[in-house]
Every structure is written in C-alpha cells, then in structure tokens.
Design a binder for this molecule. Sequence first.
Ligand SMILES: C[S@@+](CC[C@H](N)C(=O)[O-])C[C@H]1O[C@@H](n2cnc3c(N)ncnc32)[C@H](O)[C@@H]1O
Length: 298
Amino acid sequence: MSYAHVPVMLPEVGKYLHPRPGSFFLDCTLGGAGYTIALAKAVGSTGRVLAIDLDATAIKNATQKLKANNLDNVILVQDNFKNLSTIVSENLPAEQKFDGIVMDLGLSSAQLSDPERGFSFQGERPLDMAFGPLSAKSTEEIVNHYSLPDLTKIFREYGEEKEAYRIAKAIVNYRRTKRLKTTTDLVTIIEAVVPPRFYTKIHPATRIFQALRMATNGELDNLTTVLPAALELLKPQGRLVVVSFHSGEDRIVKNFFRTAALEEQLIILTKKPLIPTEAETQVNPRARSAKLRAAIKL
Ligand SMILES: C[S@@+](CC[C@H](N)C(=O)[O-])C[C@H]1O[C@@H](n2cnc3c(N)ncnc32)[C@H](O)[C@@H]1O
C-alpha cells in the first residue's frame, strides 16, 4: 500500500525527545510512522515504542513498514489518544512510564488525499472527515443537522472564518430542500457566499473544511484530555513534545505547559514555539503552520 506523509520537523522532534537505547517512547499520532520508526531504531531491541492512531489505514501501513525495517519493538494500537491511560495499562506492564511522549496533531497527507474520505475540497468526496471509527461525530450529521448558531461557532472558532455566519446561513438555507451529501455540495455553497474575486491566498473552503474536521473529531477536547494524562505517564526527566498546526491547539499546549511549569511539574524547553526552517517548508509546504513545543518533567 502507499501511504504518503512526510514527517514534519523530524530532526527537531528527535533533538527534544533524545531517544536512547533501551528507553520507552509513546507516539500518540502514528500517521505515516515517520516519528515511530525513527524512535524504534533509536531505542533498539531493548527499548519499546507504543504508537497510537485512530485510523486503521495508518496501523496497516505501519505494520508493513515495521516489517520491512525489521523492527519488532513497536506496539501499535488503534484507538483515540484521549484514552491514553487505559491504552497504556492494557498494552504494557502496570506502572509503565515513558522517557518521552510525542504528539503530531491534525491529519496526515495520506488522509487528505484519500478519495474515500472528505478531508480535501478538491474532487467530489463523501462528507466524512472522521480520523477513524471512534471519532466524536459524523461530518454529514454536523452539516445537515447542527443549528445556525452552532455551525457559525464551529466556523468562527475552529476555522477563524470571517464569513462564518453567512456560510452557515447558506448551508441552513440549502438543506431546507436538499441534504448535503458530498464535499462538492459544500464547496458550491461556500463559493456562492465568497466568490472567487474575494479569495485571499487560500480558498475559503480550506478554513471551513478544517473547522468541520476539528468538530468531527473533537480535536481540541482530545488534546485537552491527553496532556495531563501524558504528563502523568512520563518518568522524571521524561520529555513531552507537541507539534500543532492550529492556533487553538497551540494555545492549549502553551497554557498547559505554563500552568504545569508554575506548579513545578515540568520545565519548558521552548520559550517560544519552534517553527520549521525555510528549507523544510520549501520541500514540504504542509509544514508551514507547524509549531513545536517541548518540555521536560521534573
Ligand atoms: C500529522 S499525522 C502524524 C504523522 C506522523 N508523526 C508521521 O511522522 O508520519 C496525525 C495522525 O494522528 C492521528 N490522530 C489525530 N487525532 C487522533 C486521536 N485523537 N487519537 C489517535 N490518533 C489521532 C491521525 O489519524 C493522523 O494519522
């Protein structure tokens, strides 16, 4: 199978996680297994990596890649990382703690380009932006049944879309006569509200799709739930690295780190978030909005 995803800020993630032979790591967002494989190689046969993803495709791809790399020190789990403590207790000996935990939030390039799913506004696809079967909501349900205020809130808060109300209103008007079924239905409505001459650098559907994806998967709630669980699961001196792509996510990480630092539970290693080098964004434009924050447990 081909699962295309270029890992973002891999050298920086490696630098902050600092994996050593025999150590234990947790990758909360397996994706294309870029981080997981690098970690598995670094910790060697005496170490372990536990890697989680909601998406069955990511698990299948990683199973093949690990085999091809002769790596048998990785445990793969298909679940939502918000269930972190349970996942760890079900898959590792009681009281297992980690030398490092990493999260690389959002979606992978493979998910974005999957024609069976509706993450991209290019081409006609089903209105399905769920990372996996355990995602919070159905995208089709959200666009066809959420109230005008709720849709507006999602577009404004997750998409930072200025035309949130007008786009939400157009969706509500459309569904009075017809159900929205595909991404094309949605894009057509958005384009009617924000015509091409008003486009900024990005197509307005970009922000609406991002907002719907975040609502479908409950992404900010998942992050808020997983951070304290991750801190709890770190060994003293263990490292926590989070790569985010959305200002709301970065705010949650920043505030969590600040509070934990004030409570003397961790030391922040990145005063300001690290961003990718220009060289990286040139070869991988997807890395553009990445922000990396790292901390070490006291
Ligand atoms: C940006 S990709 C990770 C890429 C990975 N670091 C690599 O090097 O290939 C994010 C992955 O996290 C998964 N994901 C997002 N939210 C999740 C959640 N709450 N629980 C489990 N997996 C999640 C997505 O399905 C996606 O595969």
